[in-house]
Every structure is written in structure tokens, then in C-alpha cells.
Design a protein around this ligand. Structure first.
Ligand code: AMP
Length: 304
């Protein structure tokens, strides 16, 4: 197994201009691991309540994701609910009920500790650190966070950031974290906090990778029908890390070409995620469909 993710496994309720769903399986670790599972073998660490039934587990099992690290404890599963604006660019959180997450203390099974690639999904930075400390010399650690933690647990988040190689966040989070509006300045400030690499996701404006001496930008695939943007960011991260984890790292970090292709595969998985509610589209893909969309990105961005 190549890639370990810790993050939320949730029930979500979402309302978008295309409709609404009252209860569906979601969570940062769920979107991430399903997207990454098309590229590599994935282990998930998280917690669910006793309302998380076998049919919900299927989301992981049907994709061959290892759930040994997914604890099931008495109580209710994390619940999140959100509503999107008419242009889908703004999202309002209606409810965040931590439930079983409130007392979660991740404890990695012994054989998980040597997984070479680690993704710290969007959860309390204290829990992210707890997982970091249990790992034995991972080759690459990536992470995500959100406004909720940047505002609420800044000190703890800065501690986590010191040991992250790639931070993957959206533009508003990058601005909030750095205090800089300009994204080049924001990226410089964030990289000074620890991460050597930073990926800033900009919704339907695409994504940009920043690292020493390099900026690489890709547009989002123009889509005619967007149903539900929930999980697009985590699916991006899953495609990005899943692709990286299917390659070995030699020397000083990932190969530059592999890194750029990882940004494209991230964008591909993000584009699939939004085409249906929840995980509906993402969980029923095939590798040829993914490659076809990768080629659409090549055609879209070729100019020479
Ligand atoms: P994304 O749209 O990629 O930002 O991710 C959406 C997912 O994040 C949803 O499935 C939620 O269950 C999950 N989520 C929302 N808020 C939080 C939070 N505070 N902590 C952990 N997960 C969250």
C-alpha cells in the first residue's frame, strides 16, 4: 500500500442550484481516497459512528481501499451541510456537527506507519500532527486545511505546516493563511511556513503549483453541467497524490514532469467530482475515461 489518508468521513447534506440531497456519504478522506484509488493503493484513517452501515462502507470497499484504520465507535458520524450560490462559486456552511470526531484520537495500525505517501486531509491540525508523529520516515507528506482551522487553531496549524512538503488549499484559504491578497506573495509567505510546494486551487479558474523557481498553472476543464462542487478539492488532492504515489521519488523530491502531470490528474478528478451529486460520478469511473479526460486537458492547453 502506497498512500495513507487521514481525514473526515461524513454524512453530507447539500443544496445546489441543480437540486439537493439530504444525506449522502462524504468527507475529505472519502473523496480523496476514492479519487486516489484509480492510481494507487490507498489506506484510510478516520472515524465513523454506528450509523455508518455496511452499504456506506461499500464506497471504500468497491474501490479496494483499505479501511482497517477506519474506526467505528458508538455515536453519530460527522455531519456537514452546505448550500451553494447560484453561480456555484460561494458556499455557505449550514452545519458542522463533529459528533464522533470530537473525541477522535487517530492511532495508526503498526503496519500503516511505513506507508511512503501521506495526505493529511482537512481535519483539526492537532489530529494531523498526531498522525504525522506516528509515521516512520514518509517520502512525501501533503496536507489540506480550511478557514475553520486557520481562524480557530492557527498555532497548531503552523506546527503541522512545518512538516508538510506540499500544501493543497484554495485561493481564499491561501489569502487568509498568508494575509496577502496577491497569490504570488501569498505563496511565498506560505512556503516560508514550511511547505516546499504549494498548490492553490481556484475552483473553475483552475489550479496553480508553486515551488522554488517554478509556477505551473492549468485551467479547469470547461464543463457544461455542474451539479455539485462538494468534494472537488479533495478529489483534486486524491488525483494529485494518487498519481505521485504511483511513481517513486529519487533524489530531491518528485520529478518535475511527474509533478506537472499530477496537477493535471488532480484537475481531471476534480472535474469528474462536480458532474454529479456527492460521489456518484467519481465512484463509477474507469481508467480509460480518466485518460480520455487527461487528453482533453492536453488539447485544451496546447498552443505550440
Ligand atoms: P471540499 O468540497 O473538497 O472542500 O470538501 C467537502 C467535504 O469536506 C465534505 O464532504 C465535508 O464532509 C467535509 N468537511 C466540511 N467541513 C469540514 C470540517 N470542518 N472538518 C472536516 N471535514 C469537513
Amino acid at each position: 500500500m502506497r498512500l495513507l489518508v487521514v481525514g473526515s468521513v461524513a454524512f453530507d447534506a447539500v443544496r445546489t442550484p441543480r437540486g439537493s440531497v439530504e444525506r449522502m456519504v462524504g468527507g475529505s478522506a472519502t473523496y480523496f481516497s476514492v479519487a486516489a484509488s484509480y492510481f494507487t493503493q490507498v489506506r484510510v484513517v478516520g472515524v465513523v459512528g454506528d450509523d455508518f452501515e455496511d452499504e456506506h462502507h461499500q464506497v471504500f470497499l468497491e474501490r479496494g481501499i483499505c479501511t482497517e484504520g477506519l474506526e467505528r465507535v458508538p455515536g453519530k458520524t460527522f455531519f456537514w451541510s452546505g448550500e451553494y450560490s447560484a453561480d456555484l462559486n460561494d458556499r455557505r456552511t449550514l452545519a458542522t456537527e463533529l459528533n464522533v470526531f470530537a473525541s477522535f484520537q487517530p492511532k495508526l495500525p503498526l503496519h500503516y506507519r511505513r506507508t511512503p505517501y501521506l495526505f493529511l486531509g482537512n481535519i483539526d491540525p492537532e489530529l494531523q500532527s498526531l498522525v504525522q508523529r506516528q509515521m516512520e520516515a514518509p517520502q512525501l507528506v501533503a496536507g489540506d486545511t480550511m478557514n475553520f482551522w486557520i481562524e480557530g487553531k492557527r498555532d497548531k496549524l503552523e506546527e503541522t505546516l512545518r512538516n508538510i512538503g506540499v500544501l493543497i488549499i484554495n485561493d481564499s484559504e491561501a489569502r487568509l493563511l498568508s494575509g496577502e491578497h496577491n497569490l504570488i506573495k501569498a505563496a511565498r509567505a506560505i512556503r516560508a511556513m514550511g511547505p516546499q510546494m504549494l498548490v492553490i486551487k481556484r475552483g473553475d479558474n483552475g489550479a496553480t503549483l508553486f515551488r522554488e523557481g517554478e509556477i505551473f498553472s492549468v485551467p479547469a476543464l470547461p464543463l457544461e453541467d455542474v451539479f455539485d462542487p462538494t468534494g472537488a478539492g479533495d478529489s483534486f488532492a486524491g488525483g494529485f497524490m494518487g498519481y505521485l504515489a504511483s511513481h517513486s521519488i529519487e533524489g530531491n523530491g518528485p520529478d518535475p514532469g511527474v509533478l506537472r502531470r499530477a496537477v493535471i490528474y488532480g484537475s481531471v478528478m476534480g472535474s469528474f467530482a462536480v458532474e454529479h451529486f456527492g460521489l456518484e460520478r467519481l465512484r463509477r469511473l474507469s481508467r480509460p475515461q480518466i485518460e480520455t479526460r487527461y487528453k482533453e486537458f492536453q488539447i485544451l492547453t496546447r498552443f505550440d
